[in-house]
Ligand binder design. Structure first.
Ligand SMILES: *Cc1c(COP(=O)(O)O)cnc(C)c1O
Length: 348
């Protein structure tokens, strides 16, 4: 067995902050329990790193979107704690749920039919209260097929919880009105931002995702939530630039003075997208190293004049305080996390 050398990209997961964020969100959920959205490989952090930490903190409900995400999850959590948001779209999905023991969310009459034709055990039910994306329309909640479901958690999803809009209260009220029409054990409405809307939104179970991983969708969360993902990239090469030298594809940067530049092993294929060009800076200790020219697939070039002691092979921090980074580059905090690529060495 030949072991590969260490990678030139690493993503350090701050487990203490992850656990602390979950505990804070659980506390802010009041009498409700907090679960965890761990879809898209725990928002890019890595299920293998995140789920053991969240279970240790006390989390007992984990949401993935796809059935293809269940296999990974089963390495780290019992089937009874795993819920598949997209629900069954074919008989094979239902059979897979039966074999694994994982619970689906039923989102439509079609899905209810598939589920009842198959194993038909406990499931969750998503009712749509205004996002018009995925979930049973209010007019279909009284359908006899729905009456035959064994609903564990009755759910709905907020469309604009990160904004102050009357839509939040409208959705909450409609959820309360519709809930008595379906037999269920627990109710769940709030995502991360929904938790910050207050106890009326928490019901029995909350479903934070973004804020577990350091995202701050509402200012009320800023004091509680800490950064979890810390990306770092290695310096591949150093060079001196003379006035008039261009850097990178398209020669979009031209040096106007003698400069020192570092080529770094981080590119758009790693989730460091081209929107960072001209706006971003990497960090070496306290020194900020601004990007020069375009972001390439596997590399960026930074001005390292401010870091005289920088050497090839040194590690640079990629500033990833999510609210600040989102403001700076124009991506959402969700996109910043979930586009982090597969070449990072993820570690706890
Ligand atoms: C992704 C998702 C969540 C988590 O939302 P965040 O905004 O990341 O906290 C909760 N519920 C459902 C149905 C989701 O799809």
């Amino acid at each position: 067995m030949i072991h590969p050398p260490p990678r030139s990209l690493r993503l350090r997961l701050d487990g203490e902050s992850l656990a602390g964020n979950w505990r804070a969100l659980d506390r802010m959920s009041g009498d409700a329990q907090a679960g965890a959205a761990v879809k898209a490989d725990a928002y890019g952090i890595g299920v293998a790193n995140a789920v053991p930490v969240l279970r240790e903190a006390g989390c007992r409900t984990f949401y993935v979107a796809h059935w293809s995400e269940v296999g990974d999850m089963l390495q780290h959590a019992p089937a009874s704690e795993i819920v598949v948001l997209h629900g069954p779209t074919c008989p094979e999905d239902v059979e897979y749920a039966r074999l694994t023991g994982v619970r689906p969310v039923i989102n439509s009459l079609h899905q209810a039919g598939l589920w009842l034709d198959g194993s038909g055990g406990p499931c969750d039910l998503m009712i749509d209260t205004g996002i018009n994306r995925l979930g049973l329309p209010p007019a279909e909640v009284g359908d006899p097929l729905i009456g035959r479901l064994q609903v564990e958690t009755l759910m709905s999803h907020l469309a604009s919880a990160d904004e102050d809009t009357p839509q939040n209260e409208r959705q909450r009220r409609l959820f309360e009105e519709l809930a008595p029409l379906v037999q269920h054990r627990r109710r769940s409405l709030a995502n991360s931002a929904g938790i910050a809307l207050g106890p009326a939104y928490a019901f029995d179970l909350t479903r934070p995702g973004l804020s577990l991983y350091g995202g701050v969708p509402r200012p009320e969360l800023a004091a509680e939530i800490r950064q979890v993902a810390h990306p770092q990239a290695a310096v591949l090469q150093l060079r001196d630039l003379s006035p008039g030298d261009h850097v990178g594809y398209g020669a979009t940067f031209t040096a106007d003075r003698p400069m020192r530049a570092a080529t770094v092993s981080l590119g758009y294929a790693d989730g460091f997208l081209r929107c960072w060009a001209g706006r971003g800076a990497l960090r070496f200790g306290e020194a900020l190293l601004p990007l020069l020219g375009r972001v390439s697939m596997d590399m960026v070039v930074v001005d390292c004049t401010a870091a005289a002691d920088l050497r090839e092979g040194d590690w640079l921090d990629v500033p990833y305080h999510l609210p600040q980074a989102a403001e700076r580059c124009g991506l959402s905090q969700y996109e910043l996390l979930t586009t982090l690529g597969r070449r990072f060495q993820r570690s706890g």
